[in-house]
Design a protein around this ligand. Structure first.
Ligand code: ADP
Ligand code: ASP
Ligand code: MG
Length: 450
């Protein structure tokens, strides 16, 4: 079997394929980066996934009229983008059965009065596939359905990849891409061995790209988005956040695990296993700075913090010491199985704290059931993390930054597992004030060091 030694995988997020103009920009990047073929992964057009989820919720509540209003808006939006590119005639044929299927799925949900996780994933697949057909036409490549290769388990809404099956199924893709094909495929989707469509969790297209990069033995995966690479903080809270030109895999893992949306939390594991280069760049400004994620850490000063991340929507479950370890472990397992993200599980002789974000409707239901028992459950918390290789050599630097903030109500300190991050829990309402102050203290000081 020939090995595609220089294969590149490019991924364009929703904002990079949100309009005719954005798609034209993406096409120029594809031409430049993949002159001899390669794989392009695209997300649904910006806002589409939210639209489809709202349509499913309306249909599941029996309100078919409002679900169909969403569907009409979706159809119009896509037609507008295709018309702007002069490609409506080309995509109408592959789009028709997809839009009909979405209509049927919504009608079925309205009749049942329920949007099941499996039905929702099937509906979400339509948004990703509409976009991949349009991108294939725009980039002059060939559409391939990612569900041929991206095998997952059956946890609808937050499916886990099955790596061996994925690798085996990807063999024909490796051959074709080594032969110079330019293929365009969907992000976010997978399929079970029985052929049922699954999704990888919100923002999961980054993970699609890195999983495919691993299975296809790519030398580089490029994530094209709407910021100049990975920044020192979320620009919506810290407008002066700066791009980080080089970061270690450990820093990127901690940053994404603690909420920086620019890279999906599951997207770094394939990079660790396969060792390809991962680049994050801006579709709006391809010539601007970009971030390279390196297996070997770049040089950082002792105590240097490179970025500040956060995630809101966290609930805390506090188990008394008498509950032992079984009850919290069982709760964590059940919540995660339902698709919740676990941000901390800390046990001490005084009791156990479980910090969890119920990311799927099933997880929210499981959390409600636990909270309805006698267990103290507090919602409205956020996790804040300071991330930097410099914390390996001076872990107390993070605590000094924290102490300087004065009297903040801290819900718990989450530390120990990562040597390049320290995280702590704060009330959600404090984020808008705390993140810019922490960023100023940590990152600006670090960058000014000689
Ligand atoms: P895409 O649609 O391309 O997948 P996302 O919206 O998922 O894009 O991720 C990019 C966004 O992540 C940025 O627009 C920015 O608002 C947000 N973000 C949060 N934290 C960071 C960070 N540390 N660096 C860069 N972007 C961040
Ligand atoms: N379209 C999906 C979402 O909005 C996947 C992605 O954008 O990565 O979550
Ligand atoms: Mg994203």
């Amino acid at each position: 079997m020939s090995r595609p030694t220089s294969l590149r995988v490019l991924k364009f997020g929703g904002s990079s394929v949100g309009s005719a103009e954005a798609l034209r920009r993406a096409a120029a990047i594809v031409r430049e980066a993949l002159p001899a073929g390669g794989l392009v992964v695209v997300s649904a057009l910006r806002g589409t996934t939210d639209h489809i989820l709202e349509a499913c919720a309306a249909a599941g509540a029996g309100d078919l009229a409002s679900a169909q209003t969403h569907l009409a808006a979706l159809r119009e939006r896509h037609r507008e983008a295709a018309t702007g590119l002069g490609l409506l005639d080309t995509v109408e044929a592959p789009w028709k059965p997809l839009l009909d299927r979405l209509d049927q799925l919504l009608t079925g949900m309205a009749m049942l009065g329920e949007a099941t996780p499996r039905g929702r994933d099937a509906a979400l697949a339509v948004g990703e596939t509409l976009s991949a057909h349009l991108a294939a036409a725009c980039f002059q490549g060939t559409f391939q359905d990612v569900r041929e290769v991206l095998r997952t388990d059956g946890r609808f809404g937050k499916a886990r990849p099955q790596l061996e099956a994925l690798r085996a199924a990807a063999a024909p893709w490796r051959e074709a891409l080594a032969g110079g094909a330019l293929w365009i495929t969907q992000g976010f989707l997978g399929a079970t061995a029985e052929g049922h469509t699954t999704t990888l969790g919100r923002g999961g297209s980054d993970t699609s790209a890195t999983l495919l990069g691993e299975a296809l033995e790519a030398e580089e995966v490029q994530i094209w988005t709407d910021v100049d690479g990975v920044l020192s903080a979320d620009p919506s809270l810290v407008p002066e956040a700066r791009p980080i030109p080089r970061m270690s895999l450990g820093e990127a893992e901690a940053l994404s695990a603690f909420g920086a949306k620019v890279l999906h939390a599951d997207s770094l594991a394939p990079v660790g296993r396969a060792g390809f280069r991962l680049v994050v760049a801006n579709t709006l400004r391809p010539g601007a700075s970009r971030t390279e994620i390196l297996p070997a850490p770049p040089l950082r000063a002792a105590g240097e913090v490179t970025s500040v991340a956060y995630k809101e929507g966290i609930s805390l479950l506090r188990f008394p010491a008498a509950a032992g370890l079984e009850a919290p472990l069982d709760a964590a397992r059940r919540l995660e199985e339902a698709g919740a993200l676990r941000f901390g599980l800390i046990a001490s002789p005084a009791g156990t704290l479980l910090a969890i974000r119920p990311d799927t409707p099933a997880a929210a239901k499981a959390l409600d059931a636990l909270a309805a028992s006698d267990l103290p459950c507090e919602s409205g918390w956020a996790v804040v993390a300071l991330v930097g290789e410099g914390l390996r050599t001076d872990p107390l630097a993070a605590l000094r930054h924290l102490a300087a903030l004065g009297q903040e109500p801290i819900g718990g300190l989450l530390t120990g597992s990562s040597t390049v991050s320290i995280a702590f829990l704060v009330p959600e309402s404090r984020l808008g004030d705390l993140i810019p102050r922490l960023h100023d203290r940590c990152v600006t000081c670090s960058q000014e060091q000689p």
